[in-house]
Design a protein. Structure first.
Lengths: 110, 878
């Protein structure tokens, strides 16, 4: 399994985390599970990069953290999108779409 | 960005709780993952193992999270400092040696910096002092000369575009009578503009007017704050009162503020215009100006370069005609002119003390290298556990900075103590000596030096340690072969030896110089001889004959004091001090247009009291009175120079329009120990020109010399009393024994020699410690090899030689490098040496032997330890 996994391009992890959190607040493990599920196991997040990314986003003020109980009644650190995070998500989403569209266009025609 | 700040703030100060949160967060993640694997059918153990593997190095993740938080810079610094302190505390021996070594190096540097800063660097205490410049003529043959005549000053005044204002000064002395007791005051004659140039105005009254600064202008004076307080009881109504200087009345028109000091201390100021056409003063003008705002020194020099030609054409037509004239006119910062003689020696000493610090750094670097060898496993383990190499490097560097700062604290204590001893040594005429202090500049310098030093001694070991090969050092014993680390250490020791050799050579040359000075015969016996300066200007004696009568009666009183053998007076310059000179011609010599020779007026017993010998003719007698035929005595140098192969007796000289017959030739007496005695002529006091006598007293006191049978200072009171009874209105200077005068005359050389020797001594000790450290480390590293050699039959002497020869090789290589460098230093010292050549073979040999002997001793001790190696133990140790 997972042989077809692809490496995330630089900078896309932040976008994925923001997008995931846009639906509902999540803790770290759930974020990586969610991304993995939605991408049908194509994208697998290394914990070694997930947590530093979460801390970086928190420092920038795009996500906020608070402690809560998880589904199996453990204490877990939940992250949610802040207002500036929501704006950031829109910016990055637009940028991503433009980028992929442009890359796609080049691949089609060239 | 507020959130960012808050986050960092919280992260920095709530480090503990954030660490705990991070731990818990990662643990929760792990448990979720394990749970997931268990549900998918794995056993709990297998699930845990797999989850762990996926998460990777837990510490690495944590470290990256900390980095992501962005506080890590400050935080890791704190962490590094804590860790560094712990490491240093755990190795008290290493820490003590390193801190002590650094304290020596840094302390010596701080003390020396305080001197250099106080004397050379500190700006003068005037507004915008960097704009104050002095005009000088510079030539290759004569160096920098800053004296101009009054006419030349007029020339500069009409060519002074770069200057906002220009002034001329000349220093003189006056007798001030009317205070509690007669005193000699130091006077600076100045032209108008002086106070604008220095940017300070009188607190009371006004400055000089142009009308006052003229030949025949009113006598006016401005008091220094000190004189105002001392002699005028700080009288606020002092303006308009008169002060009697050399029997002339001066009206006080101003008082300077208390902070204002001339660069050499002055009691009062008066105008220079009165002496514009006199001999002496009128030709000794210092010309000082304040540059216009925005005008640079370079611009001013460009301006004066164009004036060189017209200036020479007007005042030195001969020189102006020379095509290859090397003379140029330039301006120099005033501060530089005051201290110009000191630049070279102080900077040499500063360089020397820098070498000491370098040696100290080399030693600590060596200690560090030895230690990183033993610490390499600790470091490898930490790197293996996920510490970045950069992080490791930073950690080691932090340790070094800590070490260095501890050394700086010790160094400051040392400098505080050392500066006291150093100040006690400084020659009394060192300019700005009062500025020498451990001030904030010295503190700043110390911190800077400490940090630089830590980089110098810490860079190589830290780089090496953080770059080491994990596999190699994690393998149990590492390898016993001679590693590249040893080559580096050997190179460092060589550098150390070379540096100390340079200092030792410098110190050796200065010691030889000083010994030569001490051995030099001044031309008289300085033992049991009292000197007392007096000034007769403005007293009731108005001719050479009257002065002579007064001296004879005063000397009669002195001779009556028990313990006095003989006494005399000499005017216009005392032995071992600078004196006056005058132009003289040999009568009947067509080609001779006259020459300058030192000039002295003496009473009859002078040569007797001094202990000078008569070589030819006779001494003066009572018959050489004012009305008698004029006579003169010359010294041997005069006879050699101007009557080579001739008998000077009976020849006539023309001096100040008088014809004098040479009646005697006496032995030479030195004015400076390191220079040959100048050609000197002596006239009897009774026949001396009164005008010349009074003129010379502006610069050179008249001196009473008393030859005693007992300790001369014990008689100083009685001698002063006798003089006071003879003439109550004459100021007396400070009594000194001639031995003290002699010792003061070489105070400067003693200062240089002592400092250089102290620095060289420090360097030698540090180098010895360095050699010892390296050799004993290499012995301990080679215990195994020694064991094998001895097991194979090497005897103790061979092992001893093996180690000692290693140390010797390093030393000799260092000596070779140092020898080359020492020639450079010796060349710089050249002008300060006396009786010894810069490349003095004796000094070089002695220094090399000394250094080699010390190196032998330093490697002998570890070598002996090597011979005590028990082969069985050494071999089993593996």
């Amino acid at each position: 399994m997972g042989n077809e996994r692809i490496d995330l391009p630089q900078g896309t992890l932040d976008l994925l985390i923001l997008k995931t959190l846009a639906l509902e607040p999540q803790h770290g493990w759930a974020i990586s599970e969610r991304i993995q599920q939605i991408s049908s196991d194509m994208l697998r997040i290394q914990q070694g990069s997930l947590y530093p990314a979460l801390h970086r986003l928190e420092r920038r003020g795009w996500i906020k953290a608070k402690w809560g109980a998880s589904e199996n009644n453990r204490r877990a650190k939940y992250y949610e999108l802040s207002r500036s995070g929501r704006r950031q998500l829109e910016v990055e989403e637009t940028a991503w779409r433009k980028l992929t569209a442009a890359v796609g266009q080049v691949l089609e025609t060239a | 960005m507020l959130s960012d700040l808050l986050y960092r703030w919280r992260a920095l100060f709530r480090r503990k709780s954030m660490e705990a949160e991070l731990d818990e967060e990662l643990r929760a993640h792990l448990e979720h993952q394990v749970e997931k694997y268990v549900q998918s059918g794995l056993t709990r153990e297998e699930a845990t193992r797999r989850a762990r593997l996926e998460l990777g190095g837990l510490d690495q993740v944590k470290e990256e999270c900390r980095d992501a938080r962005g506080v890590s810079l400050v935080e890791t610094l704190l962490q590094d400092v804590r860790h560094g302190l712990r490491v240093l505390r755990k190795n008290p021996g290493f820490t003590a040696v390193a801190v002590l070594t650094l304290a020596l190096g840094i302390g010596a540097n701080t003390a020396m910096f305080s001197v250099v800063n106080g004397v050379l660097l500190r700006p003068l205490p005037y507004p915008e002092p960097e704009r104050i410049m002095q005009i000088a003529r510079v030539s290759r043959e004569q160096g920098t000369r800053a004296s101009f005549s009054s006419r030349q000053f007029d020339f500069w005044r009409s060519h002074s575009d770069p200057f906002q204002c220009l002034t001329a000064t000349t220093g003189v002395g006056f007798n001030l009578v009317g205070g509690t007791r007669p005193e000699r005051v130091r006077v600076l004659r100045v032209s108008t503009g002086y106070f604008q140039v220095f940017g300070v105005q009188p607190t009371l009254g006004r400055e000089f007017s142009a009308g006052e600064n003229q030949p025949g202008g009113a006598n006016v004076a401005i008091l220094s704050h000190g004189l105002w307080v001392r002699d005028f009881a700080s009288d606020p109504k002092v303006l308009g009162r008169t002060v009697v200087l050399d029997s002339a009345s001066f009206t006080i028109i101003g008082v300077m503020p208390s902070g204002f000091e001339s660069t050499s201390p002055v009691d009062l100021w008066t105008t220079i215009g009165q002496v514009a056409s006199t001999i002496g003063s009128g030709t000794n003008y210092d010309v000082i100006g304040r540059l216009k705002p925005g005008v640079s020194r370079r611009q001013a020099n460009a301006y004066f370069a164009t004036l060189t030609k017209p200036f020479l054409q007007e005042f030195d037509p001969e020189e102006a005609k020379r095509i290859s004239s090397q003379i140029s006119i330039a301006v120099f910062p005033y501060n530089y002119m005051i201290t110009s003689d000191l630049h070279m020696p102080l900077l040499i000493l500063f360089g020397a003390v820098g070498f000491v610090l370098l040696i100290a750094c080399v030693n600590v670097a060596n200690l560090q290298l030895a230690r990183t060898a033993t610490r390499s496993r600790e470091i490898s383990i930490r790197i293996a556990l996920g510490a970045g190499r950069l992080r490791m490097f930073r950690q080691l560097l932090t340790e070094n900075v800590l070490l260095s700062l501890l050394g700086a604290v010790g160094g400051l204590l040392g400098a505080y103590w050392g500066l006291h001893s150093l100040l006690a040594l400084t020659p009394t005429d060192l300019p700005h000596a009062q500025n020498i202090a451990l001030d904030r500049w010295a503190l700043g310098f110390t911190v800077l030096v400490a940090v630089l030093a830590s980089i110098v001694f810490g860079m190589a070991p830290a780089l090496r340690a953080s770059r080491q090969d994990l596999h190699e050092s994690l393998k149990e014993s590492g390898g016993r072969a001679i590693s590249p680390r040893n080559r580096l250490r050997s190179a460092l020791v060589m550098a150390e030896v070379a540096l100390s050799l340079v200092l030792l050579v410098g110190s050796g040359l200065l010691i030889a110089t000083f010994a030569n000075l001490l051995r030099t015969n001044p031309g008289f016996d300085p033992h049991n001889l009292l000197c007392l300066p007096i000034w007769t200007t403005g007293t009731q004696y108005k001719s050479g004959a009257q002065l002579s009568t007064f001296y004879e009666s005063a000397l009669g009183r002195i001779d009556a004091i028990p313990g006095v053998k003989s006494s005399a007076v000499v005017a216009a310059g005392s032995p071992l001090e600078q004196g006056g000179n005058d132009y003289v011609q040999v009568v009947g010599r067509k080609d001779s247009e006259g020459f300058s020779a030192d000039y002295r007026e003496i009473t009859r017993e002078y040569f007797n009291a001094l202990g000078g010998r008569l070589l030819q003719g006779r001494f003066f007698t009572p018959a050489d009175s004012a009305g008698a035929a004029k006579v003169i005595i010359i010294n041997a140098a005069f006879a050699r120079e101007h009557f080579p192969g001739l008998n000077p007796l009976g020849q006539n000289l023309t001096l100040e329009n008088d014809t004098l017959e040479i009646v005697g030739v006496v032995s030479d007496v030195k004015s400076h120990l390191d220079e040959p005695a100048p050609s000197t002529m002596f006239v009897p006091m009774a026949q001396a020109s009164y005008g010349i006598d009074q003129l010379f007293q502006a610069w050179f006191p008249t001196t009473v010399l008393v030859r005693t049978a007992v300790n001369p200072l014990g008689l100083s009171h009685a001698v002063e009393e006798a003089l006071r009874q003879s003439e109550p209105n004459m100021p007396l200077g400070e009594s000194r024994s001639m031995e003290e005068v002699l010792s003061r005359s070489i105070a400067y050389q003693r200062f240089l020699m002592t400092l250089m020797s102290v620095f060289a001594g420090l360097a030698l000790v540090l180098a010895a410690v360095g050699i010892y450290g390296v050799m004993s480390y290499s012995v301990s590293e080679r215990t195994h090899e020694m064991g094998i050699r001895m097991a194979l039959g090497a005897n103790r002497r061979e092992v001893l030689w093996l180690v000692v020869s290693g140390g010797l090789r390093l030393t000799l290589a260092g000596v070779a490098f140092g020898m080359a460098a020492s020639f450079g230093l010796a060349r710089l010292l050249g002008g300060l040496l006396f009786g010894v050549k810069p490349a003095d073979p004796a000094t070089l040999i002695v220094v090399t032997l000394l250094l080699t002997a010390v190196a032998l001793l330093a490697s002998y001790i570890p070598a002996r330890r090597a011979t005590k190696v028990n082969p069985m133990v050494a071999l089993r140790y593996e």
